[in-house]
Ligand binder design. Structure first.
Ligand SMILES: Nc1ncnc2c1ncn2[C@@H]1O[C@H](COP(=O)(O)OP(=O)(O)OP(=O)(O)O)[C@@H](O)[C@H]1O
Ligand SMILES: [Mg+2]
Length: 351
């Protein structure tokens, strides 16, 4: 009898569709440890990201489905998450990094570093294990925005130990060189610096999302990055004005040429001064997802200058909430990209 009820409940749950991935949660192996007791179905839903924006939708759908089974009167759900990776990323880098996300734009000063820092911290706050790599080797800005302007990282067993702040592990050339020493870099050196950030830094047991802050433009850094590791995708930062659109377009084309999926476009500094909508229009024209807009907000600049990012200093502000939605959208898109990839590794076999 109870075994019958167990399979009836499982069958009911297999009608629940994961809204982003468009498959049912049983086929996706998201339902774990199902146990039926006194008419209550106890189970864990294993999400593909702790930053899932659709928990409530799935909970409701699961409840409705289970209540249709005779003898059932409720559900008791535990949430857990395993961020997927793919064979390209899994096989090629020695460090256990599941997803590498480039943040780029054609234009300087549009807010790449601001997006990278607040995205990384927002994902960490959701419970993901997050790394932040400053691939702006010549003019590293991540240290200031994280408030990490003094001290050097330790070296342990021949590897650099990244700084950890606001729940994020970070590495930057700014941690390694004297701040007032201008360095002369040539292309190959940039290349090896980025490689070393992956291979010679102790990233720990696992990084779900490695956010890589790129310098402006379509030059050496994105190319070096794409050659060093397989990228899960790129987030393109744009501003609302029409003049910014051409630069964003060039950035999209460059990533497409490098075979890097576009996660989407985020519009930064939206508001009265610059207007809004340019980023969204571009996303529509190019058929890539729009990841929302972050308002022009003086608190963002203040937080950046003081090394206290706005998602930390004012987590309940409208701006921080916009960052949270953006981060959840990025995470959801990554799950979709991974699932659609033929190199996808099913959740139950990644260690
Ligand atoms: N939405 C925003 N509202 C107000 N100020 C912002 C916003 N986004 C970024 N800024 C500020 O704009 C300046 C440039 O931002 P940021 O350094 O993130 O841009 P970037 O694209 O990384 O620049 P670069 O191309 O030089 O690397 C910073 O002072 C930052 O604090
Ligand atoms: Mg920058």
């Amino acid at each position: 009898m109870s075994e019958q009820l167990h399979s009836a409940v499982l069958k009911a749950l297999s009608t629940v569709i994961e809204p982003e991935l468009h498959k049912d949660i049983v086929t996706l192996n998201m339902v774990r440890d199902l146990r039926v007791e006194d008419g209550i179905a106890h189970f864990t839903i294993m999400l593909t990201t702790p930053a899932c924006p659709l928990k409530d939708v799935m909970y409701k759908a699961a409840e409705v489905a289970v209540l249709k089974v005779e003898g059932m009167r409720g559900i008791q759900v535990k949430w857990d998450a395993e961020v997927p990776t793919d064979r390209r990323v899994h096989g090629r880098i020695t460090m256990p990094i599941r997803n590498v996300i480039a943040v780029g734009s054609g234009k300087g000063g549009v807010g790449k570093t601001t997006m990278s820092v607040n995205l990384a911290i927002s994902l960490a706050k959701e419970g993901a294990r997050v790394g932040l790599m400053d691939a702006d080797i010549l003019t590293p800005n991540v240290p200031i925005m994280l408030g990490l302007t003094a001290g050097r990282p330790a070296v342990q067993d021949g590897k650099i130990v990244p700084f950890e702040v606001f729940g994020v592990k970070a590495i930057s050339m700014g941690f390694l060189i004297e701040p007032d020493k201008a360095m002369v870099w040539r292309g190959p050196m940039l290349n090896s610096a980025i490689r070393q950030f992956f291979n010679d830094v102790n990233w720990g047991d696992n990084i779900d999302y490695m956010i890589v802050d790129l310098p402006p433009g379509t030059g050496d850094a994105p190319l070096s990055l794409a050659q060093a590791v397989p990228l899960t995708g790129a987030v393109i930062v744009s501003q609302p004005q029409q003049v910014a659109i051409g630069d964003a377009l060039r950035s999209i084309s460059m990533f497409e040429q490098l075979n890097v999926p576009i996660i989407g476009i985020v519009e930064n500094m939206a508001g009265e001064l610059f207007g809004e909508g340019g980023g969204e229009q571009l996303a529509q024209e190019r058929g890539v997802p729009f990841l929302g807009r972050i308002p022009l907000d003086g608190e963002i600049r203040k937080g950046g200058d003081l090394g206290r990012p706005i998602v930390v200093s004012a987590p309940e502000s409208a701006t921080a909430q916009a960052f949270r939605r953006f981060a959840r959208d990025v995470a959801a898109r990554i799950s979709v990209i991974q699932l659609q990839s033929s190199d996808f590794i099913p959740l139950d076999i990644i260690g």
